[in-house]
Write a protein that binds this ligand. Sequence first.
Ligand SMILES: [Zn+2]
Length: 799
Amino acid sequence: MLKRFLVLMLALLAAPVLANPIEQTKGSFVDKFRQLEGEDWPTPNEQRTASGAPGHRYWQQKVDYRITASLDEAARSITGRGEISYTNNSPDSLRYLWLLLDQNNYKRDSIAERGDTVGSSGTIGMTSLRRAQRYTEWEGGFSGLTVTDGAGRPLKFTVVDSLLRIDLAQPLPSGGRTVVRIGWSFPLIETRVIGGRSGYECFTKPDQDGNCLFLAAQWFPRLAVYSDYEGWHNKAFLGAGEFTLEFGDYDVSITVPSDHVVAATGELANGAEVLSAAQRARLAQARTAKEPVYVVTPAEALAAEKGKPAGTKTWRFTAKNVRDFAWAASRKFVWDAMGVKQDDAANPLVMAMSFYPKEARPLWDAYSTKAIAHTIDVYGKFAFPYPYPVAQSINGPVGGMEYPMITFNGPRPVKDKKTGALTYTERAKYGLIGVVIHEVGHIWFPMSVNSDERQWTWMDEGINSFLQFEAEKLWDPNSQRSRGEPRDIVDYMVSRDQVPLMTHSDSLLQFGPNGYTKPATALVILRETVLGRELFDYAFKEYARRWRFKRPTPYDFFRTMEEASGVDLDWFWRGWFYSTDHVDISLDKVVAARIDTRDPAVEKAYARERFKLEPQPLTTARNTTKPVVDRDPATRDFYDESDRFAVTVKERKDWEAAQKKLEPEEAAALKFKGHFYHFTFRNIGGLVMPVILKLDYEDGSSETIRIPAEVWRYNHRQAIWQHVTMKKLKAAMVDPLWETADADRSNNGYPRSIEPATLKVRDDRTDSDNRMADMELEVTPDSIKTRPRAKKDEKKDEQ
Ligand SMILES: [Zn+2]
């Protein structure tokens, strides 16, 4: 990067003709191309290299869990006990461990609850009202915490909001391993009232079956991350910034009512104990099926809804190298499955599976599992093969959330209350396909490429929304619901109250556009407009490969994309990730220039033609009196009679002498008949971008020239750019395909065109309050004293 900076300095010294170097020396100078390396980005070290790769001393901790848990269906709560094995791969000795108690953000006095604000004092949403009411009678959070070492000796622990510190009996040395045992319980939240990433939903309306869906996530004390760049990642859970955890192996036994079906992170280890022989046969058949196969059929789910559980069953799941564990349980679940083959030695076959209540049918039967399969295909090409044996989509009250191998997704059809007719909206259909792609996509980013979403939302939501956009376009090119189309980000980019993408997750304003849409769009533009598909895809894949099952920071992403593509992108990160500038490039002026041939015969004739085109001065045109030189011929002399554009003898002689001094190439150059076009671009939005310029010529042909962003490097406000062609230009247009998110296209074309618009007609009538009429009173034509309004039916009686 330093080398490039030197080149830039030399270029500045060279003072190019077309730039405006004076402006740069003024106090307002901003270098949009200043390198981030060395100033804004952390110094490379043995853990993280300057090229954005893990260093030769990269390390991360390993945390393995053995958990037994049970669901109390009546109390809607979970109780668990876990044995956590913590392996300290860091070079440091650790005196304490930090764990995440994410459920504690549902305590009434949590930072999340107490530290929240309301948008305004004018209104309250019905959801917020119900939530506020619920909190007066209910409270979430972990309770009954017990902590011992591996031998059962109690360990001192301290709860700090949604965090738990365990003080170890002895410091855990580098390379050491320790075991802690934890017990806990907590009430599940009613998701549709409290809002969150897990919880329960019960179907208790009169026309419903009375059963519930249970989604368990962030449901046990989870070891916080200890990393080379931040130490303990012990920032409280405020609700928006999700989480990052350590990788490890899980062995989890979940006890539920005997008629429940359980889906969880990992592979089912005791199918013979919890599934019928027929169900096991269908599961085996699904492995090679071309279409999803019901493992638990709609009829079986319906029977379970109507029956009663006979005691409990324990479902056991094992998962290797995952950074979390989540599960779902219900007697309502229909379960379908389909094997998806991929070119990967570790996981040649992935079981794509969906679990859903009858209320989600038939939308889910049709699309959920197929959307998983499509995700495995597309993300596998962009990043790396799906890294686990199972990929699942669970329907429930959570709109969309991801955990390793398991995702929760919301959309359902609607049932008409009166007629019972089943329909679904286009939004629900594409919402379902989109959310399944999105949440399953998260199993790559950040469940495998383990970025810290509690710090940086764009690193998982943005990168993942970009891939979701690519996958959705490959599912149905006409799908309108994706985030990532450049033109769709314009309104946000010009809106108020923006913060740069490089802002902490919990401080983001406009979480959706900032965390998801803007970074996704930036990556679409980086791929299609800045780098091109070949360079982008190579670099992006390299990022995914380098950081698969490791922990990247934003700087590792930025550095890898630059290093692997070979293109300086600091200006791009600066504009899209570190600023709130938007794109608006105006084509202010086009000049058609010709070469001065120096030949007086040619130049004088040209000057004569130009003179003829000039409008006559107004005073001369309006004067009706004949001028003296016309009335009195005696006043006329050489200067009145001769052609002022005639070549003088001296000019001709000078030209003949000058020609002798010209080299043949120079003489030929002066006769060059090409057109020199000078385009003045103005950067109104502030964000420097490549200028995509479409040129239409008089011969009917056209071409599009992609001018690199570096055209702005001397002056980011204005650039005069030259194009030489033998053709005559008719019209020009900046960003003809609207690929750069240009916010104001009315200044893109040259010549300007008249813009069409539709004027909506406003209703100007003002109906003022009429309290007299509202009180159902009236006056008679003779008096202003009110009387009750005559009733129509009474009048009828009189007739
Ligand atoms: Zn997401």
